[in-house]
Design a protein around this ligand. Structure first.
Ligand SMILES: [Zn+2]
Length: 390
């Protein structure tokens, strides 16, 4: 197998606290990384790097793990430019705008949807994202939801069934009937194509009892739960996520002290999605409060055409540092190791021997520049599973 060394890395983020400076980032100076096949096989001082087939001299730049974007909605057609424009002209965001995308997605061909996913993935890759999760949720019929999951599965292993995104417009007068569909025939058709099940637990979408019924049905079919929780208002989502042992409670914008305590004490990751607050001019989630309570925090894009049409993890890092009380170190950890935790993965989000060789070389001497120089394209090279892809 071919071996490649990346040498003279000014600052290497390993996310192994036993390495380097002893912080959660496991920051090591003047480092090298050796890749063999799709794995990392060695890290250490650059001067001690073993001989390899290929060498790339990082020349004093920084290397971080590839970003793990644990929350996106990429199987869709059309966009919602007019809705965004109206919102930025003063109209509030409500969950119902999803219906516009449902109509466009149902009308699209498989090829159009798959090409759209590929396009946004390529965009994310250029910005350093090497793992992403994505969801159904714009079909809302048995066939359209199963189709979305099949298409998502061509691009990633982290596929989430979100038939419970909103009540389908076809069931506007019968939400209970729609929950029966989501937990019955739709789940039956979708479960073979997904790893996760998700629900939008929110006023205007699904209440706590409905969310519990949906996630419990998914668990019985072998799907693992994650929840859109407490985004637009206070509600039962976070407590339900912790109670069911969900991998992640996503958004966490409106939290009571009891919600924060539950996330601080449980194993459910709090995934914050600042692109949504940015794109809806909403109140920022308070990352500092969660971190101080001991919660594991992930950062993700929520990339979707309605409330957060960004695929950029560096943008989310910058927002988290500027507006959510995170230090640059915490934000980088959350965008890499935090995302891996939200997907219950240990093979990604770190640069240590045995991990998948997902690396990002920055055109900067330190990871801090991702927040210090917002909006600047600092990603210089990307390796995914040991292959140089950017
Ligand atoms: Zn979402």
């Amino acid at each position: 197998m071919t071996t490649t060394a990346v040498t003279h890395i000014a600052s290497l983020v390993t996310n192994d606290p036993s390495l380097g400076n002893g912080t959660p980032l496991g920051l090591t100076q003047d480092a090298a990384v050796v890749i063999e096949g799709d794995r990392i096989v060695w890290t250490g001082e650059s001067s001690k790097a073993p001989a390899t087939d290929n060498v790339l001299d990082a020349a004093g730049r920084a290397v971080i793990p590839g970003f793990v974007d644990s929350h996106s909605h990429l199987v869709f057609a059309g966009d919602r430019t007019q809705e965004f424009n109206a919102r930025m002209s003063g109209q509030p965001y409500r969950a119902g705008g999803i219906r516009t995308t449902v109509a466009a997605t149902r009308a699209a061909t498989d090829e159009e949807l798959s090409a759209n996913v590929a396009r946004y993935l390529a965009e994310a890759l250029r910005q350093g994202t090497t793992t992403f999760e994505t969801k159904s949720g714009y079909g809302l019929t048995v066939e359209d939801e199963a189709r979305a999951l099949r298409i998502a599965g061509r691009h990633t292993d982290e596929v989430t069934y979100l038939g419970a995104h909103i009540v389908s417009p076809d069931y506007a007068d019968d939400p209970a009937g729609y929950v029966d569909l989501v937990t019955g025939p739709m789940l039956e058709a979708c479960a073979p194509h997904a790893r996760w099940i998700d629900v939008f637990c929110e006023q205007g979408a699904f209440d706590g009892d409905q969310a519990r019924a949906i996630l419990t049905a998914g668990l019985a079919k072998g799907l693992q739960p994650r929840i859109h929780a407490n985004q637009l208002s206070y509600g039962p989502g976070v407590q339900l996520a912790v109670e069911l042992g969900a991998a992640s409670a996503d958004h966490c914008t409106h939290l009571t002290d009891a919600d924060v305590d539950a996330l601080g004490q449980g194993s459910t990751v709090a995934t914050l999605l600042p692109g949504a607050e940015f794109s809806t001019r909403a109140t920022w989630p308070d990352a500092r409060r969660l971190l101080d309570a001991g919660a594991t925090v992930a950062l993700s894009t929520d990339c979707n055409p309605g409330s957060s049409f960004t695929s950029s993890m560096p943008f989310c890092v910058a927002l988290a540092v500027r507006d959510m009380g995170m230090t640059p170190d915490e934000a980088i950890w959350s965008a890499t190791a935090g995302g891996a935790a939200a997907l219950r993965r240990t093979d990604i989000g770190r640069i240590t021997p045995g991990a998948r060789a997902d690396l990002v070389l920055l055109d900067a001497p330190s990871h801090v520049h991702l927040a210090y120089r917002p909006g600047v394209p600092l990603v210089s090279a990307v390796w995914r599973s040991g292959q140089r892809v950017v």
